[in-house]
Design a protein. Structure first.
Length: 301
């Protein structure tokens, strides 16, 4: 690993940090150290890093804005690649939008609305990156990425840069082929529609007001923890099971929204995982429904 670190420095590949605690890089504010954290300064540097790691057989993990992510207390072995300003690009061409992989999904929705483009209103409350949204097929309010994505540029784990059409991503509910085909989304191309600015702004304002009323946004969290089961809502099942406010260590099921687990100040990944497992068991016992986590768990267990 020391030789790799020396070679990364020699190649001038962005910011390189060793034994870097990852909690500050996640919205849950939880997570142990990365052996090596690399923050590239350009897309070319991202490609160079991936090629170097592939040639040496070194495992790597990608993180964007750190939402929808639980990093283990022991941290992540190998190299963690953090996409910073390198891929924070945005360009409008009529109703077609070209957004870099590390661009804020919320900010993208706001700017699209200002352009009078409709289709991204649902993204106004999803606090992740464009790349993460493409990876997860992020969605809300009855829509998701699969409905507006035209294509995505992806760096494969070999370092090859490819363009994947929307159908290539094999989208399903909160799922894409990128879950099993490791890659980094460097750019996404969205096809929107010209709409009425007042209607778009009104819809986004309504979504914002609802979030402020129903979600614990003042506390560290990762968004919805469980996927909604077919024909139902995870939050409703958890609430009806009487689990709002349930705690394990510093992790708590939000009294405001039952599908949010908040960090009350000193939560560990073990606290969160234990709480997730307890919720799953209680809901399964009471309702016969197996809740599936939506958050990604990364790192050494």
């Amino acid at each position: 690993m020391q030789q790799l670190i020396s070679d990364l420095h020699a190649a001038h590949i962005g910011d390189i940090r060793t034994n870097e605690r990852l909690a500050p890089y996640t919205t849950w504010k939880i997570g142990g150290p990365a052996d090596v954290l690399v923050i590239p300064n350009s897309k070319d540097q991202v490609v160079a890093v991936i090629k170097m790691l592939h040639e040496r057989g070194v495992p790597w993990t990608i993180i964007g804005r750190g939402s929808n992510l639980l990093v283990s207390d022991k941290g992540i072995r190998g190299v963690v690649i953090k996409l910073g300003n390198a891929l924070e690009t945005l360009r409008f061409d009529g109703a077609t939008v070209y957004a870099g992989g590390s661009y804020s999904f919320i900010k993208l929705s706001v700017l699209a609305a200002k352009e009078g483009l409709t289709g991204l209103e649902f993204a106004s409350g999803i606090p992740g990156s464009v790349g993460g949204a493409v990876y997860m097929n992020a969605g809300a309010h009855g829509s998701d990425v699969s409905r507006i994505l035209k294509q995505a540029e992806v760096i494969l784990d070999t370092g090859e840069l490819v363009t994947m059409q929307a159908e290539d991503l094999q989208y399903a509910y909160r799922h894409s082929i990128l879950h099993t085909l490791p890659g980094i989304v460097t750019e996404a191309v969205f096809e929107l529609q010209v709409g009425d600015r007042k209607e778009i702004a009104g819809a986004m304002a309504a979504y914002r007001d609802r979030r402020l009323r129903t979600q614990p946004l003042q506390l560290a969290c990762a968004g919805s923890v469980f996927r909604n089961p077919v024909g139902g809502f995870a939050a409703k099942l958890i609430e009806e099971a009487g689990l709002k406010g349930k705690r394990v260590g510093g992790a708590e099921i939000s009294p405001l929204h039952a599908n949010f687990i908040v960090n009350t100040g000193n939560a560990t990944a073990v606290d969160v995982l234990t709480l997730i497992q307890e919720v799953q068991q209680i809901v399964l016992d009471q309702y016969g429904v197996a809740l599936v986590p939506e958050v990604l768990v990364m790192g050494e267990r």
